[in-house]
Design a protein around this ligand. Sequence first.
Ligand code: FES
Ligand code: FES
Length: 281
Amino acid sequence: MDDNQQRKDFNSTESDSQLSADEETLLDQLGIVGAARRKFLGQSMAALLGTFAFHLLAKEEAFSTLAAAPDAVFAPAPGVENAVKVLLKINGSAQRLEVDSRTALLDALRETLGLTGTKKGCDQGQCGACTVIVDGRRVLSCLTLAASCEGKEVTTIEGLADGDNLHPMQAAFIKHDGFQCGYCTPGQICSAVALLQEAKNGDASHVTNNLRTSTQNVALSDEEIRERMSGNICRCGAYPGIVAAIREVQSGRETAQAWHFASDEEIAVALNEEGKADATV
Ligand code: FES
Ligand code: FES
């Protein structure tokens, strides 16, 4: 192998094989060899792909504005794959669904039944936003197959109020300011409602002191409430209000509301003081 041949092999890249003899000569004359050549070819390819993608998008946009011809024939929408029929009782009314056997209860509630009160946070059992109550026990609906709930009773946040009367736990969350953005709140409230039943049953938790003395209708300490609610994450950090709300409903001991909506007079005073402060700046 002569020197020229060796130099050529060393400088060659996969992309070089795409070049014509003239293009290779031109790059050699311009002194674009080795790493510089590979960089140059890479940049050229990226620019070409960018231009191609831009044209593709422009065409797609243009096509999307065209109306379909009157005699156009459309392919039928794909049916449900692996379809299974499930009969559920959701918030008191029987619902017959046909879903993919792999559908999570969360998706069946939100996508099939339009019950969007139940929220999807992590979709992998980490945050508790999707908590609903199935046959009296709280479950993570993102980790529960809809098909496994055949014949069961499902309660979501939409099913807790009695007409215009909020569930006591919903009212307590408002009273104790147990939420800010509200995204985790449906899951928190469903979890808290099921927790009341667990306390009634005398179910133990990780911080229960004596597992041998199972006491029913136990008044939960704040530590117990925090532990039992630890699967429900609140990104806004509304935990003090959440614990206060659950404590009040669980113990039945009413505490004073620590906030109120400002009256017209209070708003007027606040605006007046704000005006004075602005004037002194
Ligand atoms: S969405 Fe189910 S646990 Fe987060
Ligand atoms: S209120 Fe915002 S995440 Fe809990």
